[in-house]
Design a protein around this ligand. Structure first.
Ligand code: TXA
Ligand code: MG
Length: 325
């Protein structure tokens, strides 16, 4: 199987029609979202969901995010408390996933939620939500990459990784946010951050007037069962908080902070010459892949400020650098 690739800027209607047809046959389709490319399938169809897990090589205890076309669709599947509702109204469509109690008999298959009594729900921007509206059912979609690898932010990233295992890749250009959605869970009036992502925690605090509780170390992160320590791993080793370059290393930097030995780097990638963290997030996965493709034995990364989208960037970098099995 070699994936057909349809570019939505040229064939928008065709892309919608083809994607709906493949989804209706029970197969996954790679689609653009504002965060990363997703591997989407009918969240109510167990065979389709199984194909997501098989295509990615993903452990089945790791639940999937279900994507909806609007808030009323979300309310058919999940129970909203007032704070979650406020978050949805403020940040949807956008890079925020809410973990909510699943409505009984909702129709979302237990393979999508890995048997939990909660569901991760998100309303994405652009083509993805148009597709869900046209299809009429929620789409379960993890990032469209082999499990454990760096998430794709372009159709060509998807094609390189999964092109021979998919029927269709919808090309919507570079994903503008570049890191996955922020995942939060509200319980007893407390907002807990399960995964930093495309909506900065500070924005959530501003919108609600509440403090966002951060996970305490790796044990707490397991709450989102997908948060295995070594995730987002490129082939090369990754060395964080670098202030110099060692022989054989490629360098990923942020702006103009001086780096000793930069002239001996195998290659240099600047996440954002002006130090803008949103731009840095958008470039992160592409530059990790490119640095990896230089064949460098190791990728050195300079320190990234830990506020705003820097929190999501540092989370992904820590996973990329984590010891592998
Ligand atoms: O931006 C994104 O969120 C992208 C795009 C495609 O929407 N999707 C994405 O999905 O990053 P994935 O499968 O790579 O990450 C989903 C995360 C996993 O860590 C999973 O454990 C967590 O969401 N998750 C899903 N349902 C959950 C639930 N009911 N309770 C706790 N965590 C959940
Ligand atoms: Mg992923």
């Amino acid at each position: 199987m070699t994936a057909e690739i349809i570019d939505i800027t040229r064939n928008h209607e065709d892309a919608l029609k083809r994607a709906c047809a493949v989804l209706a046959e029970g197969f996954p389709v790679a689609i653009p979202t504002e965060t990363v490319y997703g591997l989407a399938a009918d969240a109510t169809n167990p065979a389709a969901i199984t194909r997501i897990y098989e295509t990615k090589g993903r452990p089945r205890f790791n639940p999937l995010i279900c994507h909806v076309a609007d808030l009323s669709m979300a309310e058919r599947y999940a129970v909203f408390d007032p704070i979650s509702k406020k978050l949805a109204e403020t940040f949807w469509p956008g890079p925020l996933t809410l973990i909510l109690p699943l409505k009984p008999e909702s129709g979302i298959h237990s393979l999508a939620t890995a048997g939990l009594d909660t569901v991760g729900i998100r309303l994405p921007k652009g083509f993805a939500s148009e597709l869900i509206r046209a299809f009429g059912k929620p789409l379960a979609a993890p990032s469209a990459n082999t499990s454990g690898k760096v998430s794709p932010t372009s159709a060509s990233h998807v094609a390189e990784d999964l092109g021979d295992r998919l029927k269709l890749i919808v090309d919507g250009g570079a994903a503008p946010v570049g890191v996955e959605s922020t995942i939060v869970r509200v319980e007893d009036g407390i907002i807990r951050l399960l995964r930093p992502g495309g909506v900065a925690a500070e924005e959530i605090e501003k919108a609600t007037g509440l403090t966002v509780i951060r996970p305490e170390g790796p044990a707490a992160i397991i709450e989102a069962p997908g948060m295995l320590a070594s995730h987002y791993a490129p082939g090369a080793a990754v060395r964080l908080n670098a202030d110099h370059v060692e022989p054989g290393e490629a360098l990923i930097r942020l702006g103009s902070t001086p780096v000793k030995g930069v002239e001996r780097a195998v290659a240099v990638f600047d996440l954002s010459p002006s130090g803008d963290l949103a731009q840095a997030a958008a470039n992160l996965f592409d530059y990790l892949k490119r640095a990896d493709a230089t064949g460098a034995a190791r990728i050195a990364v300079t320190p990234i400020p830990d506020h705003g989208l820097g929190e999501a960037i540092n989370d992904r970098l820590a996973r990329a650098a984590a010891p592998r099995e």
